[in-house]
Design a protein around this ligand. Structure first.
Ligand SMILES: [Zn+2]
Length: 337
């Protein structure tokens, strides 16, 4: 499958400082992994532009956007976790630009998928607030933009990052044109993502939270995909699926204690891609978390190889734990699917 790979050296210029887990080496590890497996020759490299700042205002307040833009070239901490270095604003503008460009590119071409290797990540960024390493909500901006431009009527955002994407959920909590699905550890940072959070007003039933205890592994995550994500793709009929592609649920990740492996990620995304091809739903992956360099490198390489070669893996029997089955049953009853 034609696979677009969005990357720009500016992403390395966002430097939250020594010892910060969200560090430039994350992207260097991903790129090294591609080169070592020759996948770099098989993807189509795209250098994204910085986003048009007016696009940010579909998701963030005017005042917030102006406040962040004014920090270009500065060093400061927006909260204890979220640090701006002189290159951060430019990197963040390019990360949002990559998400928007990737969404548009896959919508306008056939049998094309995109992976955005971007920093800083986005899913914690709120309308008025930077948090959790995130400045602009890349995925939310892309979803909002393609709907605003009439390129898609409905978008699904699937967010299997270890952490709940509070910013993304809030952006669409009252909307019925973007269906947000998150699998995350709970209770955990950032504290949101309870099973009872299912949307409000017109958005009621269009947010699905699957809060999990620690230790959940490949079969548990694949079960959620099969029982929840695939049925939403069928019934909501989106033109586009954006993945908030976090890898901090990996068994080796230092920030969490989930047990997902490379083959779990491949299994999840194989099932999603098979359904997407069947239903003509276009897909773009936008990097979020993932802090073990080797896990990040090998997970991204495995997924890209799967996408390029369309080696979609479905074979093995899924044995989720009882608790996950009960959570998913509870969630499904409360959704518009
Ligand atoms: Zn995370």
């Amino acid at each position: 499958m034609r696979t677009l790979f969005y990357y720009h050296p500016d992403f390395l210029e966002h430097n939250p400082g020594r010892g910060h887990p969200e560090r430039p080496e994350r992207l260097r590890a991903i790129i090294d992994g591609l080169k070592d497996s020759s996948l770099d020759q098989q993807v189509e490299w795209v250098e994204p532009q910085t986003v048009d700042p007016s696009y940010l205002k579909g998701i963030h307040s005017d005042e917030y956007v102006e406040r962040i833009l004014a920090l270009d070239g500065c060093s400061t901490a927006l909260d204890p976790d979220t640090v701006v270095s002189p290159g951060s604003v430019r990197a963040a503008l390019r990360a949002a630009g990559a998400a928007v460009e990737a969404a548009k590119a896959v919508l306008s071409s056939s049998r094309t998928v995109a992976f955005c290797a971007v920093r800083p990540p986005g899913h914690h960024a709120e309308r008025n607030r930077a948090m959790g390493f995130c400045l602009f909500n890349n995925v939310a901006i892309a979803a909002d933009r393609v709907i605003t431009e009439g390129l898609a009527r409905r978008v699904v955002i699937f967010d299997p990052d270890l952490h709940h994407g509070n910013g993304t959920q809030n952006a669409f909590y009252r909307r019925n044109d973007v269906f947000y699905i998150s699998i995350h550890r709970y209770p955990y940072y950032p504290g949101t993502g309870a099973i009872s959070e299912t949307g409000e007003g017109e958005g009621q039933g269009f947010t699905a939270n699957v809060p999990l205890p620690g230790g959940m592994g490949d079969d548990d995550y694949m079960f959620v995909v099969m029982e929840l994500v695939l049925p939403v793709m069928e019934s909501f009929r989106p033109e586009l699926l954006l993945v908030s592609a976090g890898f901090d649920a990996h068994v080796s990740d230092p920030l969490g204690d989930m047990s997902v492996t490379e083959s779990g990620f491949v299994g999840m995304y194989s099932r999603i891609m098979t359904k997407a091809l069947e239903k003509n739903i276009k897909c773009a992956f936008i990097l979020e978390g993932g802090y073990d360099l080797y896990a990040l490198r090998s997970s991204v390489s495995s997924i890209l190889e799967t996408l390029i070669e369309e080696k979609f893996e479905h074979s093995h029997e899924i044995r989720p734990c009882q608790e996950v089955q009960e959570i998913v049953d509870f969630v499904i009853e409360r959704l518009r699917i």
